[in-house]
Design a protein around this ligand. Structure first.
Ligand code: NAP
Length: 233
């Protein structure tokens, strides 16, 4: 096994996860990225280059998660960012869709940590992605708001159960240059106008915040909002 830093990014084939993977790969780390299919994960890993490899892992199929990660032997830095979006409201509730997303995000993330914890050391750390919808719901965010609240609580129990491994969460506002948002300016113009910085959060902002949460050895159990001060308005 190499003495490089070993990074695992669950949901590293797209968006924030891929951006984080590119950053760690450029620093010479050993990087494992996952997506739902091995084919796509391997293809993206090849595009990223360096010491990056891709694994297939579907967080909605929890019983397969440990086997999917059996080839990961050392974890210094873990980022859990995978998401399947669910647009849902209480009045027109679709429980099956809500259950799929909540299961993948909360039970799925926890199952990954359960599988990888024995391969983490005292100096290891992890960051879980939630989102600002935890504090500021928007129409249709019922499941997302619930999931993000769950992530906020989950880091607290992870810190206490798995000490001294550190766990933190990042809660971004809308990240306008992610694949989901970059072609939808009608969706983010209002957010930009009300944000005190008059700019939107970027993937670069998220990657820098994730690196800080992963690497500062006294940051533990923190739920960090990254929103340009949007919550103050
Ligand atoms: N984008 C934003 O504006 C924003 C704002 C606030 C919070 N966040 C949070 O930031 C995180 C990343 O968001 P993003 O927009 O960057 O993500 P994204 O581009 O939509 O990428 C989602 C990732 O999750 C993987 N994935 C999807 N379903 C999966 C499943 N069932 N099992 C395993 N992996 C699965 C995808 O892999 P494959 O497609 O290869 O399967 C992909 O790598 C999310 O947790 C989200 O809640 C994002």
């Amino acid at each position: 096994m190499s003495d490089r830093i070993h990074v695992v990014i669950i949901g590293g084939t797209s968006g924030i996860g891929r951006h984080v993977a590119e950053s760690f790969a450029a620093r010479g780390c050993d990087v494992v990225i996952t997506g739902r299919t091995e084919r796509r994960a391997k293809g993206v890993a090849d595009e990223i280059g360096g010491h990056t490899r891709g694994l297939g892992l579907d967080l909605t199929v929890q019983e397969q998660i440990p086997a999917a990660l059996s080839d990961v032997h050392k974890v210094d830095r873990l980022v859990l960012t995978a998401l399947e979006r669910d647009h849902n409201t209480v009045r027109e509730y679709r429980p099956a869709d809500a259950m799929r997303m909540l299961t993948m995000k909360l039970i799925g993330y926890t199952t990954v940590i359960h599988a990888l914890a024995p391969r983490m050391s005292d100096g290891s750390s992890a960051v879980l992605l939630g989102g600002l919808a935890m504090h500021r719901p928007y129409p249709g965010s019922t499941t997302v708001t619930t999931a993000n609240g769950g992530i906020s609580a989950l880091v607290r129990t992870l810190v206490t159960e798995l000490a001294p491994i550190r766990f933190n969460a990042l809660h971004p506002s809308m990240v306008a240059d992610t694949p989901y948002w970059r072609d939808k300016p009608h969706g983010w113009e209002a957010v930009k106008a009300r944000t005190p910085t008059k700019r939107l959060v970027t993937m670069q902002d998220c990657t820098e915040a994730i690196a800080f949460l992963l690497e500062n050895r006294s940051i533990n159990g923190v739920n960090l909002s990254i929103d340009g001060g949007e919550l103050l308005i």
